[in-house]
Design a protein around this ligand. Structure first.
Ligand code: ZN
Length: 269
């Protein structure tokens, strides 16, 4: 499935949620600057630190961006595109498709495609808010000519959804920064915030085992979480470790989905 000589593949993905994740949680948060500032950090500090790290490693990543975040922070989205990174869909608001009707979900998709396209992107992939699907999500993606989804946890390699034909790039909670680092002024109080070294240990171990199996390692991160200074340093260390594997194909999610699409077509014929 991977380019010649490559044993396994990996994609670094960032869900650039900014304020929208908090607004989707409770629309009243729009009047709570203290709450929203947690997301604003991602746009103000997190994304620039991440872009600097990626440029230093000469790497391209995938940023899934809600349409409303792109409207609120167009300059940041332009910087992401200028860095050669891929822009993917992540809803218009950050509401889970499982909570939307079909028409609302279709409107969210169309509206977000229009906003990202207006900034110069050509999105081919979809990461749903909360990794949730509605009843007809895959069909809605296929009807808009999209190539891939990166939302489900049932495999370690890409596969094709039928009958939609959409390619899935599987994810997992352990390879997401949120379960390790998320904290808010609510139900999080009994929860410990993981140290960067604990998370580095989890990610390294899972990467090594997946690499041995020739799998696809999709890392899901959020600028408001991974963008804290000590965590950016941890990510730098992790990226250096990943790049020490000469037989690894480190690419954008879109590039990996295109390769999987071609390989899975050949097998089908
Ligand atoms: Zn998100």
């Amino acid at each position: 499935m991977w380019p010649e000589g490559k044993r396994a593949a990996a994609a670094l993905t960032f869900d650039f949620d900014a304020e929208e994740v908090w607004i989707a949680e409770d629309p009243a948060n729009v009047r709570r600057p203290g709450v929203l500032s947690q997301g604003t950090y991602g746009a103000k500090v997190g994304v620039p630190l991440i872009l600097e790290l990626l440029a230093r490693h000469d790497l391209r990543a995938t940023f899934f961006v809600p349409g409303r975040v792109a409207e609120r922070h167009p300059g940041r989205v332009e910087e992401i595109l200028a860095g050669g990174h891929e822009l993917g869909l992540h809803g218009f608001t950050h509401r889970s498709p499982a909570r939307l009707g079909d028409d609302e979900e279709a409107d969210e998709l169309d509206h977000s495609i229009a906003v990202l396209s207006g900034l110069g992107a050509k999105p081919t992939g979809y990461r749903s808010p909360s990794w949730d699907f509605g009843d007809h999500t895959l069909g809605l993606l296929a009807a808009r000519g999209l190539l891939y989804s990166s939302n489900l946890m049932d495999d370690i390699r890409p596969y094709r959804h039928e009958p939609s034909g959409i390619i899935e790039l599987p994810v997992q909670w352990m390879l997401d920064d949120a379960p390790h680092f998320w904290f808010d002024n609510g139900a999080s109080w009994p929860k410990k915030i993981s140290t960067p070294s604990e998370v580095l240990e989890i990610w390294r171990a899972e990467f090594s085992a997946m690499h041995r199996l020739g799998a696809l390692f999709v890392l899901t991160m959020h600028p408001q979480l991974i963008g804290r200074p000590s965590r950016v340093e941890m990510l730098d260390e992790f990226v250096t470790f990943v790049r020490s594997h000469g037989d690894l194909w480190l690419a954008t999610a879109g590039e990996i989905a295109a390769a999987a699409d071609a390989a899975l077509n050949v097998r089908d014929v």
